[in-house]
Design a protein around this ligand. Structure first.
Ligand code: AOF
Ligand code: ZN
Length: 336
């Protein structure tokens, strides 16, 4: 039991090395009878899942008869990669210990598939151990916002804010190009390259005439441009001319439609009015904040309706701040 405890904590630690987005953070460990183990994790959408990664890292040691600990129920579907249940069966694993169930209807059912194939399946919460409850709770917290997004049938939503030191996203005359420096903008394009869609409001579509493309030099994948709002797009704008652009007058219906079209990760890029709407409706799962060493005083901010401190929307840092040129980049998660 002690070895299982250590392997489970190591799997949870490995999970945190991935990148948040379309997929949850998942870690795994192959545990042998002698108490030794090796870990693996899922780096992010499009890369191998945690289980095949751990099984590959176990090589050259045989995994036949070993236990696999995983922080999320193994998938039983063919998505961007093959089903993990089959990889587990092929590896000769005889016992699988799971922290959280997968709420994604396309991928769930792995526990049952494994049981039917004769693999012993245990859930941490059923072990009757306090450490196991604790780790299961932590594993759930790690992906709490991802679970919420999937359960609400909407994409996981990252909001990007480029702001001054005093929290303005534009000066009083609405000029905002550019608040942050070249390094921040290059970094933001890397994020664009790994999301499924990017949204702005009609105000920003009119004011900035954005392309919403990922300009990273070597990015074959381009996110779907999305515009929320009721004003028609100018026909001669970049978004108006792009046949892929999707426009929605209502956010809730738009998010459901995006999910139906296979959008699992949406990047919200403003402007302040749309940002305030998403924030106020608890639709922002993750914040990417780029802060430039600039003061804009009485400038433009997201018009949140916050009258008293208790109404403020709290976020928690998800990683230590990074320096990007003279700017600072921080990722935050919505507090759960
Ligand atoms: C696992 N192990 O490490 C992860 C899982 O389309 P794909 O291939 O990227 O699959 C994404 C879905 O698979 C994701 O929505 C979630 O339900 C599950 N994630 N499953 O067995 C993993 N990351
Ligand atoms: Zn999988």
């Amino acid at each position: 039991m002690e070895a299982l405890h250590s392997a489970t904590r190591a799997a949870l630690g490995a999970a945190t090395r991935g990148v948040r987005g379309a997929n949850p953070l998942v870690g795994a460990a192959v545990l042998w009878d002698d108490g030794t183990f090796t870990t693996g994790y899922h780096q992010g959408a499009g890369t191998p899942h945690a289980e095949p990664d751990a099984i590959r890292n176990a090589s050259p040691r045989s995994t036949t008869g070993a236990t696999l600990v995983v922080t999320l129920e193994p998938c039983s579907h063919t998505g961007r990669t093959g089903p993990c249940t089959q990889a587990i069966i092929d590896a000769g694993i005889t016992r699988v210990v799971i922290a959280s169930r997968d709420p994604n209807p396309q991928a769930s059912g792995g526990a049952q598939t494994l049981t039917e194939a004769g693999v012993e399946v245990l859930f941490l919460n059923d072990l009757g151990q306090s450490w196991a409850h604790e780790v299961a709770t932590q594993a759930h917290r790690l992906n709490a916002r991802w679970f919420t997004a999937v359960t609400h049938d909407r994409p996981f939503i990252t909001a990007k804010i480029a702001q001054s030191l005093d929290g303005c996203v534009a000066a009083r005359d609405r000029t905002s190009q550019w608040i942050t420096g070249a390094e921040s903008r290059a970094h933001a394009h890397l994020t664009r390259a790994r999301v499924d869609a990017i949204a702005v409001g009609t105000g920003t579509a009119h004011a900035d005439n954005p392309r919403l493309t990922a300009r990273t030099g070597d990015s074959p994948h381009q996110p779907i441009p999305v515009v929320f709002g009721t004003t028609a797009l100018p026909g001669d704008s970049h978004l108006g001319r792009n046949p892929r652009t999707l426009t929605y007058s209502e956010v809730g219906a738009g998010l459901r439609d995006l999910r139906r079209r296979g959008v699992s990760h949406l990047l919200l890029e403003g402007g302040p009015t749309l940002m305030a709407h998403f924030l106020q409706h608890d639709l922002v799962d993750e914040l990417h904040v780029y802060t430039a060493p600039l003061l804009l005083g009485d400038g433009i901010r997201a018009p949140l309706s916050v009258d008293t401190l208790a109404q403020g929307l709290r976020f928690v840092p998800d990683a230590p701040p990074e320096a990007l040129g003279s700017d600072t980049f921080t990722r935050f998660m919505k507090e759960v």
